[in-house]
Design a protein around this ligand. Structure first.
Ligand SMILES: CC(C)(COP(=O)(O)OP(=O)(O)OC[C@H]1O[C@@H](n2cnc3c(N)ncnc32)[C@H](O)[C@@H]1OP(=O)(O)O)[C@@H](O)C(=O)NCCC(=O)NCCS
Length: 164
């Protein structure tokens, strides 16, 4: 089914929350559990400097990406706090790549310039890491035992960055 990528509006809030709840069901994907995806999370995403959605013709949100520009002057060229999710039924169809393409295009057009985009992925999410590598993100380090899974096991975070 076809979809459009566009800036999110407040009308997308419940769609964003529903999408993240659905994507959070897959273990090892998003940091939040489905229960942790609250309506407030939709507000948080909408308040970011960039929040883009992929929507179908009937306005169903099937993908979302958001990120924040750092506010401290030293880091003001950095776009971080990036989260991306595509509905499990629509993964592997290019939607995540299109959302990143639009986000990177937006970042390149910002004044003052954004010169760096950074993100982190769980080491147990190799598919996402592969996508980020393909998009041009470089491996920058590893945070050991950054995450703790419901069964008590620890998981490292892989830090990645892209210079524009
Ligand atoms: C990671 C994610 C955003 C990628 O979006 P997408 O629309 O599935 O990605 P695209 O179709 O544009 O690109 C496909 C690539 O994404 C990666 N990928 C990650 N998870 C995938 C999945 N469940 N299904 C298919 N591809 C996936 C693969 O590297 C794939 O490349 P390949 O075909 O060479 O193996 C999406 O799969 C998702 O929402 N996953 C769950 C949430 C998540 O992991 N978010 C990132 C947290 S760091």
């Amino acid at each position: 089914m076809s979809y459009t990528v566009r800036p999110a509006t407040p009308a997308d809030r419940s769609g964003i929350v529903a999408l993240h709840k659905a994507a959070a069901v897959t273990p090892g994907a998003l940091a939040r559990t489905p229960e942790e995806v609250t309506p407030d999370y939709g507000d948080y995403a909408l308040a970011c400097d960039i929040c883009l959605v992929a929507v179908e013709a009937d306005a169903t949100v099937v993908g979302e990406i958001h990120a924040k520009r750092e506010t401290v002057a030293l880091f003001a060229h950095v776009l971080g706090g990036l989260t991306v999710a595509v509905h499990p039924d629509r993964q592997g169809q290019g939607i995540g790549s299109k959302l990143f393409e639009a986000l990177i295009g937006w970042a390149r057009a910002q004044e003052p310039a954004i010169l760096r985009i950074e993100l982190a992925a769980g080491a147990g999410n190799p598919g996402a890491v592969r996508l980020y590598e393909r998009l041009g993100f470089q491996h920058e380090g590893r945070q050991v035992a950054r995450g703790r899974l419901p069964d008590g096991r620890f998981e490292d975070d892989i830090l990645m960055g892209m210079l524009l």
